[in-house]
Design a protein around this ligand. Structure first.
Ligand SMILES: [Zn+2]
Length: 560
């Protein structure tokens, strides 16, 4: 996130509260999730049309008009005050926190904000959290909690929160809603770039915005979920299926202490693996406007890129700067990086690309005389591979984000080396991170990277060793006699299952799409619900084996 972060109070397109819009998530609980049917796409010469189900799915019982809250100024003001209050509590996570688990028995000052936020949430949503009913411990769980009239809070790893809202029919698969309590840090040198201080939680009614770190990512969805639950509890709602809310405390550094520990608790204590009907997590930029139309796209992210990291160390003998070899350690590292950057992953589109659906929908709902001719013509003749290639190149040139919706990304993110101007560095380190597209495999990326590093090592006569962090400890080696240095590469393969791709053609998808229509469509603006691809990662990465239906959906309009 850049140095400013705001969230809108009122959706500009349809005039409803964006804060309240987040409650869409929970309306899902009003409906039943039914049988999953998988239909396969058959290729043909013409691309399939956009084809959104299109009809609102309205609650069947007394909650049909509850979206009236969204336009009630008292509710909007109170919800904005609560979100502003949550933003005012700094819950930054830093990379270094991964090395220091939260102590269970003493106050933890770097994470003090997380404890304060928990108290704030408990006080702000008194129907959701009733203290005297929340006494139980994780080990005695197993849904013994008897009441439907409030939720049970379970604390995992000292700060992560699990809320359980017991359903009336335990034979139905439960729902899981994810959000996170933490935010990325604010760099001290960027504070003066903020229009309002990052932890002011300033409510800017004039400009329809709340300012501050976390306002978008993702205290808005955190508070939105709780607003919905509190409203439903106030109306006497009892969910049919059990609903879990999971709020991790370290999503921004991988969710290892938080969401991963919750997943272990879900798997080992609650035995929920494979048994959750649908999981919904954050998705920051779900909405995009189709220019010159009354249509917005509402993208539900059905998968996400997976991170893969190389830590590279170049070791050379060092020495005085007056007698340098042809390449110092920094020179060798520079050539390695240069080789990698000269082999970027090329964007590509095929009939099965998730991103293609977004392109088709945008083109289809743009008035014919306003369409980009390159896009329109390429889509019309997509089976010609030259056109598919041309379309990918054209879209890439227009948007860096779109480029990486069509390819794996590669970024050199860390470099360190050298201490003194007259001394050759003995050790130079760099990190390269990939976000691997669902169309590529870790093995392909590892092979390509090895090929590029090897070319440099052979040319410069340097030993090369690649150690895999997962799997075989020595992945590959290349050794020469009288090597001028050693390159040690640690390949960090995440110990996570591959990111699944959620279905978009079954009853669960229809339920979700219909609910989005119900909450967001207005007389002025309709939405086309399409599958999308999330470039970043979410805590849902730790819940891959709990459900086939993992969706990421944002309640925020960005860039309009
Ligand atoms: Zn987030």
């Amino acid at each position: 996130m850049s140095s400013t972060e705001t969230t809108s109070l009122l959706g500009r397109k349809n005039g409803r509260s964006t804060v309240a819009k987040a409650v869409l998530a929970i309306t899902l609980s009003v409906f039943a999730l039914m049988v999953v049917k998988m239909l396969s796409e058959t290729p043909g010469t013409v691309l399939p049309s956009c084809a959104d189900p299109g009809t609102p799915n309205s609650p069947s019982t007394g909650f049909r008009n509850w979206t009236a809250h969204f336009s009630d100024p008292r509710f909007v003001t109170a919800a904005a005050e609560r979100l502003g209050g949550a933003v005012r509590i700094a819950t930054q996570t830093f990379e270094s926190m991964n090395d220091v688990p939260p102590p269970l028995d003493v106050p933890d000052s770097p994470r003090e904000g997380l404890a304060n936020l928990r108290v704030f949430l408990q006080n702000s949503f008194p129907k959701t959290y009733v203290p005297y009913l929340n006494w139980c411990c994780p080990s005695s769980d197993k849904l013994s909690f008897p009441r439907h009239s409030t939720l049970k809070q379970t604390v995992i790893s000292r700060y992560s929160l699990v809320y359980t809202w017991k359903g009336s029919d335990l034979s139905l698969k439960p729902l899981l809603f994810l959000a996170h309590l933490d935010t990325v840090p604010v760099l001290a040198e960027t504070i003066e770039n903020w229009t309002y201080p990052p932890f002011s939680g300033f409510i800017d009614f004039e400009n329809d915005a709340i300012w501050g770190r976390g306002a978008v990512d993702t205290k808005s969805s955190l508070l939105g979920i709780l607003e919905a639950v509190e409203l439903l509890l106030g109306n006497g709602f009892i969910p049919k299926r059990t609903i879990y809310l999971v709020f991790g405390h370290d999503e921004e550094i991988g969710g290892i202490q938080g969401a991963l520990s919750v997943a272990v608790y879900f798997r080992e204590t609650l035995k929920l693996n494979g048994k959750i009907g649908m999981i919904i997590d954050e998705g920051l930029d779900s909405f995009s406007v189709v220019e010159n139309s009354h249509i917005n796209l509402a993208k539900v992210f059905i998968t996400e890129h997976r991170p893969l990291t190389y830590n590279i160390t170049v070791r050379t003998p060092g020495g005085h700067s007056s007698v340098p070899p042809p390449h110092s350690g920094i020179g060798i590292m520079s050539q390695l990086i240069s080789s990698l950057e000269s082999h970027p992953y090329q964007p590509r589109l095929s009939r099965s690309s998730i991103f293609l659906k977004t392109v088709i929908c945008t083109n289809e709902y743009t008035p014919a005389d306003k369409r980009d001719p390159i896009i329109a013509n390429s889509l019309a003749n997509f089976d010609d591979s030259k056109n598919a290639h041309r379309l990918a190149a054209h879209l890439s040139a227009n948007s860096l984000a779109d480029r990486y919706r069509m390819s794996t990304s590669q970024a050199v993110t860390i470099i360190n080396g050298g201490l003194k101007v007259n001394t050759l560095p003995e050790s130079v380190v760099a990190a390269v991170q990939y976000r691997v597209s669902v169309e590529d495999t870790f093995e392909q990326i590892a092979f390509n990277t090895w090929t590029q590093l090897l070319e440099v090592a052979q040319r410069l006569q340097v030993n090369l060793t690649v150690e895999s962090f997962q799997g075989e400890s020595i992945y590959r080696t290349y050794n020469v006699g009288n090597a001028v240095g050693n390159i040690l590469v640690k390949l960090m393969i995440p110990s996570l299952p591959a990111s699944s791709v959620a279905p978009t053609n079954d009853d669960v998808w229809k339920l979700l799409a219909g609910t989005i229509h119900h909450v967001y469509d207005s007389d002025e603006t309709k939405h086309v619900v399409t599958p999308g691809l999330m470039l970043g990662n979410t805590d849902s990465r730790h819940f891959m084996d709990f459900s086939d239906h993992i969706y990421r959906f944002g309640n925020i309009y960005l860039g309009i």
